[in-house]
Design a protein around this ligand. Structure first.
Ligand SMILES: Cc1cc2nc3c(=O)[nH]c(=O)nc-3n(C[C@H](O)[C@H](O)[C@H](O)COP(=O)(O)OP(=O)(O)OC[C@H]3O[C@@H](n4cnc5c(N)ncnc54)[C@H](O)[C@@H]3O)c2cc1C
Length: 154
């Protein structure tokens, strides 16, 4: 499913005062981190029509700045000790050199792969992705340009 733009939604749906108005989503989630993606997918599994706005890369703090890059960096930091220990087990370890740009590139490749998996999961769950910053001006969410939607819950 192609990412949608909140601006493309008909402005008439952003009228909270009209009770005859049809809801365009059962649930609108702001934030595509671990919590938002889990909530969106779970609601969609129960048959809800779900939209999700994410201003940055899918996966949130955990995938992009937290758990994942941290763990990979910690794994990378273990190698010097292992090289030292290896000698005691009969290994001859050659000259060692650490290249920070190579690690950063590998981290980014892995994070990008995970971003893609999260996008595919949302797609498969039929969650409509809005790759934008969203905010509330009343009880309904809007993106920065003022485009809005009219979800039953958000
Ligand atoms: C350095 C670090 C290491 C960590 N390591 C671990 C670990 O090893 N294990 C572990 O369990 N936890 C770890 N955590 C904690 C984990 O990252 C968080 O618990 C988790 O990311 C919280 O998920 P969340 O969905 O609530 O929020 P987030 O992942 O922060 O997601 C919020 C998302 O909402 C988006 N957003 C915010 N406002 C808007 C808006 N108005 N419109 C559109 N999008 C918006 C943001 O761009 C973001 O993507 C770590 C955290 C850090 C900082």
């Amino acid at each position: 499913m192609a990412p949608a733009n909140l601006d493309t939604l008909d402005d008439s749906v952003n009228n909270p005062g009209d009770s005859t108005m049809a809801y365009d989503f059962d649930l609108f989630v702001i934030g595509g981190g671990s919590g938002g993606i889990a909530a969106a997918r779970r609601a969609a599994e129960y048959g809800a029509k779900v939209g999700l706005a994410e201003a940055g890369r899918l996966g949130g703090t955990c995938v992009n700045r937290g758990c994942v890059p941290k763990k990979l960096m910690v794994y990378a930091s273990h190698f010097p000790d292992q090289f030292e220990a290896a000698a005691g087990y009969g290994w001859t370890v050659g000259e060692r050199h650490f290249d920070w740009p190579t690690l950063v590139k590998a981290l980014d490749t892995e994070v990008t792969r995970l971003n893609g998996i999260y996008g595919t999961m949302l797609d498969k769950s039929s969650v409509q992705l809005f790759p934008h910053y969203a905010r509330f001006t009343d009880r309904y969410p809007q993106n920065r340009n003022g485009g809005g939607c009219h979800p039953r819950h958000s």
